[in-house]
Design a protein around this ligand. Structure first.
Ligand code: FES
Ligand code: FES
Length: 165
């Protein structure tokens, strides 16, 4: 069947079996390899993307449900040349070790901060508890998200960020 959706701001029409996971469509049909296949069972978070601003596990989300929806992947947060605030924060805190979990971490954090720009440390930890990192870089990931939150808040108010870089 044909599904019409928006991916990173671009309208897309995809032909797929209705049960096909969104993750497969993103990676195999649209060439967006940011979201990762980890467990394929909704248990690790490496496939996390945003759908209409909410964090969603794309490995267990059938494409059928994406009709008319707006999907954002890590590629939609910025580019290598012009990384967005979340991506920049992860780079500056050197949060990635192998990097496999990082796109999912960024997308869940992005969804949280868009909904709750003032999310405190406890809220960040709660939101991120679904996303696993087998390399154990959790503390750097948390620092990166705090940095991104700081940058995004100051961008909104126009005040200079308290952090260097
Ligand atoms: S690959 Fe989707 S939750 Fe693990
Ligand atoms: S950086 Fe390797 S799984 Fe998280």
């Amino acid at each position: 069947m044909a599904i019409d959706l928006t991916v990173n701001g671009t309208p897309q029409r995809v032909e797929a079996d209705p049960d096909t996971p969104l993750l497969y469509v993103l990676r195999d049909d649209l060439g967006l390899n940011g979201a990762k296949f980890g467990c394929g069972l909704g248990q690790c978070g490496s496939c996390t993307v945003m759908v209409d601003g909410r964090a969603v596990l794309s490995c267990v989300t059938p494409i059928l449900l994406m009709q008319g929806r707006a999907v954002t992947t890590v590629e939609g947060l910025g580019t290598a040349e012009a990384p967005g605030p979340m991506q920049r924060a992860f780079i500056e805190e050197q949060a990635a070790q192998c990097g496999y979990c990082i796109p999912g971490m960024m997308m869940r954090a992005q969804a949280l901060l868009q909904e709750r720009p003032d999310a405190d440390d406890a809220a960040i930890r709660r939101a991120l508890e679904f996303n696993l990192c087998r390399c154990g870089t959790h503390m750097r990931i948390l620092r990166a998200i705090r940095r991104a939150a700081d940058t995004m808040r100051h961008a909104e108010t126009g005040a200079p960020s308290g952090r260097a870089g």
